[in-house]
Design a protein around this ligand. Structure first.
Ligand code: G3H
Ligand code: 13P
Ligand code: ZN
Length: 324
């Protein structure tokens, strides 16, 4: 399914739909198990890097399998969107639209304003012929987009959002209010030490609320929303890893954002951390194991636990399937 009705209900209901990236079968399984157990709609998203890693044909068939798997697990009416994350060209978006994706993101956020509009509009005009929904982005996040963008991140300008959404016809808008990609979202110097914990500066809720006023009820998306749980980072470091100064977005802030027009929250790094922590722990404790199933099973379990936690305790999308 596409995101249209899903987002309408999420904005009205004050919760957000989880958008989890996947590259492997184990991530797909964990996402589906978590969504079924919590009766949550879910967006499974594929990046260009995921397509390069796993092959686009394999990933979209995994997503088809995900729907069948959800039914097999007892969910009669699963709500699963297959979404292209950070599409950077019309051709990539078209390829996904032509091959069964129900939603795409065209990320022209690093382009000059008018070029971003022209590219997003071209994708929207094509996608809407096939009832595929389109996410576009205004404002630049730090992290992954730095590869294609200026080194500086900058917040979305509320004065541009009406013009941008009207002229592109996009179905949802990703904004920049202080989140960023990856597991190192802030330097320790940018944080305040509270009870031994580094607390990052808050998200720019003032900008979010201004945007909401300009576009009442319009679906807003937050990228870069992993919270980088300390317990996973500590496990990774305890069992031979070396992750320093990994800092994410505090979950209370994402919980607050979920109650607003933010109706899609992107989480990838937390899944990577959950998987790596479980694998490192398993292999350190079972040095004789060499069957991948022995360490991928606990990795899958740990990701599933994390996804359930996000759905129930952070985004509030549990129990929100239209047909239970
Ligand atoms: O926003 C980016 C996602 O985390 C995907 O990352 O391009 O390394 O697959 P990736
Ligand atoms: P994180 O790196 O914070 O998980 O963000 C993922 C994301 O925005 C995918 O588009
Ligand atoms: Zn992103």
């Amino acid at each position: 399914m596409n995101t249209r009705e899903m987002f309408k209900r999420a904005v009205a209901g004050g919760y957000a739909i989880p958008a989890f990236n996947f590259n492997t079968m184990e991530q797909m399984q964990a996402i589906v198990m978590a969504a079924v157990e919590t009766k949550s709609p879910v967006i499974m998203q594929v990046s260009k890097g995921a397509r390069n890693y796993a092959n686009g044909t394999i990933l979209r068939n995994l997503a088809k399998g995900a729907v069948e798997y959800a039914k097999e697990l007892g969910c009669e009416h699963p709500e699963i969107v297959l979404h292209l994350d950070h599409g950077d060209t019309f051709e990539l978006c078209k390829d996904c639209i032509d091959n069964g994706f129900s939603s795409v993101m065209i990320d022209g956020s690093s382009l000059p304003y008018e070029e971003n509009i022209a590219l997003a509009k071209k994708v929207v005009d094509y996608a809407h012929q096939f009832d595929v929904t389109v996410e576009a982005e205004l404002g630049v996040l730090a992290g992954v987009e730095d590869e294609v963008a200026a080194a500086e991140s900058h917040y979305t300008k509320p004065e541009e959002v009406i013009d941008f959404s009207t002229r592109t016809g996009c179905d949802s808008l990703a904004i920049s209010i202080g989140t960023s990609h990856g597991a190192h979202k802030f330097t320790p110097e940018q944080c305040t030490l509270v009870n031994g914990v580094l607390v990052p500066p808050p998200l720019a809720f003032d900008i979010l609320h201004e945007i909401e006023k300009k576009l009442p009820g319009f679906p807003i998306v937050l990228h870069g929303s992993s919270s980088v749980p300390m317990e996973e980072v500590n496990t990774i470091n305890k069992y031979g890893g070396h992750l320093e100064a990994a800092i994410g977005i505090p979950e209370e802030q994402l919980r607050e954002a979920s109650k607003s027009a933010v109706c899609k929250i992107n989480i990838d790094s937390d899944s990577r951390l959950a998987m790596t922590a479980a694998i490192r722990k398993h292999l350190a404790e079972h040095p004789g194991d060499f069957d991948p199933r022995q360490y991928l099973k606990p990795a899958r379990e740990n990701m599933k636990k994390m996804y359930i936690h996000k759905i129930v305790n952070v985004l509030g999308s549990d129990g929100k399937l239209a047909q239970q």
